[in-house]
Design a protein around this ligand. Sequence first.
Ligand code: ADP
Ligand code: ZN
Ligand code: ZN
Length: 688
Amino acid sequence: MIDAPQHAGLASVLDYSSEQSLEPGALVRVPLGRREVAGIVWRGLAARRDSGVTLRGVTEVLEAITPLGPRWMALVEFAASYYQRAIGEVALAALPAELRRLSAAQLAARVRRAQRAPESGPKAVAPDIALAPEAVATVRPLLTDEQTRALAAIDEAAQQPHAAPLLLHGVTGSGKTEVYLQASERALARGRQVLMLVPEINLTPQLLARVAQRFPARRVVAMHSALTPAQRLQSWLVAHAGMADIVLGTRLAVFASLPRLGLVVVDEEHDASYKQQEGARYSARDLAIYRGHLEHVPVVLGSATPSLETWQHARSGRYRRLALDQRIAGATLPRVQLFDMGTLPRAPGQALPALAPPVLDALRERVAAGQQCLVFLNRRGYAPVLHCPDCGWKSDCPHCSAWRVFHKFDRTLRCHHCGLSEPVPRACPSCGNLDIQPIGRGTEKLAEQLAAELPQARIARLDADAARGRGALEQTLGAMHAGEVDILVGTQMVTKGHDFRRITLVVAVNPDSALFSSDFRAGERQFALLMQAAGRAGRDAAQASNSRMWVQTWHPQHALFAALRRHDYALFAERLLGERQAAGLPPFAHLALLRADARDAAIAGRFLREAATLAATLQEADGVIVYPPVPLPIARVADVERMQMVAESASRARLQRFLAAWTPHLQALRAQSKGLARWAIDVDPLAI
Ligand code: ADP
Ligand code: ZN
Ligand code: ZN
């Protein structure tokens, strides 16, 4: 088994000869063309001796590494078949890059190094993490009744071979993480390993610290893409050897080789970053569920705002719901107030202020009282577009169907899709007018305006631009925790998982665009985001009763806000599920996307139409609807036109049968499609 992607048109199972008898799961290096590549001896492939072909020999066996286990191989096989990729591609992509690069001798040295005992404590996990000292509890607190019941249910699941997955549904600050920690403690006591998945490790360095401090005598390793190749290899080796007790990682960690796995936790299970958007487009959350089933270990999905897929499973009884309805220590959720932007007096020709007067007053009050505020606007940069009032020129990107965003701090126009960045022109490129103007507002402008309105406040900004520099993110989070920041302005980055203790006011500046999006999941995502944002306020019980969230909206009557005001996830979920059922959308239907990219939209469109024609000839297409091709919402990126086509079925199994029959035809079709840049199947797509 070698890494030969299906799309390359080469089957990934190749035969090689070896003098030694090789165990399934063994890692080898083999020749492929003129190259030498890493491979895995796959199981179930009978030795073929007398085929008459001379096989090339295995170059070397990576003997320092014990063979990968049968359950790991079964997980890879499932992922490959479910997401329509080659086994070799999925298997090799699941291994650290260094493992594929190094020779047997080099690897043996790395294995020896990894086996040496690590320095103890959190330093062994990640060197530069921002800590909130007051939030790190080394001793374990006495659980609340709700937590005790949840822990007991996880214990019970650990005793059964086929327990239902568990949904730990708890409002923000209700003590979910504490439940993960104590469930982990019990799994460790049983001699097992724990896999803890988180959406974005860099945004929650606290969790890493909390885990490491809770288990000072255990080996905790991190697995995510921000590690160096050497660190990633080390984490992988330690996990594979069974020496890591806890693996804390992002979606790629779902494939970690863990011979003693005893518990899987998926924190913030609704988060979109669990879905891989390249190559095998897997959902780490869904694979975690499958892995738990394969390995007979409990899987705990935690969220304050579960995905509707998970919620529907909990409603139907396929998952067991464990509720944490109360915040710890009687803390309450913030009171949500809506500001109707339609009531702002508007002078003709004048732009509306970024923040409504009562919202500004609230910010001013909190800052004066020494409390912290969070201002959330999901758009980075200074202004989303520049325009010329004389001739109507706009700062569009020459390579994408999108505007270039004005970034004031370095005076650039940047395309957030292809990355093109140029200095802002002094004058309108089309008519020479010197007075070109920004339209709209991003976080950079908002922070600037806030600084002008509240000169006494210490304001920091957190978004993909501000977090780009090395250590910048940690520094901002650290300053926030240390109370050196009064107002933190940012994109959705600020809403995720942080346990900021002193925030008493959260402001959502413009959450309306998602209300009318063409993506059927936009409302679900926006609601989750706002609930998360609300959850940043009042985490300290002493301050909680006085905490607020202000939402500035043009649509205060929208049902989303009614549910938000009541912090009622279930109410909104029921409503959305009703709509989805009526419209025949997930989770009541199952979708796959066929994507095609080409310089010329006609080529991408033709590939998809021919694919649809092929689909119609397949017997397996029974019960599957293939919709006509459409361009993506942003059709052109980096001069590539992107089209897609939806296949839908009420039955997951039928859709799977259909995809399995369709994919080989698509490979053949691709070979005939001149000018097609790439194609891909996305099973259970998140964005449509
Ligand atoms: P969540 O993960 O649901 O946001 P956490 O587990 O982070 O909640 O808990 C919120 C805060 O309450 C944390 O500071 C945590 O240490 C504390 N905490 C959790 N459970 C308890 C408990 N049973 N008793 C006291 N404090 C607790
Ligand atoms: Zn002009
Ligand atoms: Zn662009």
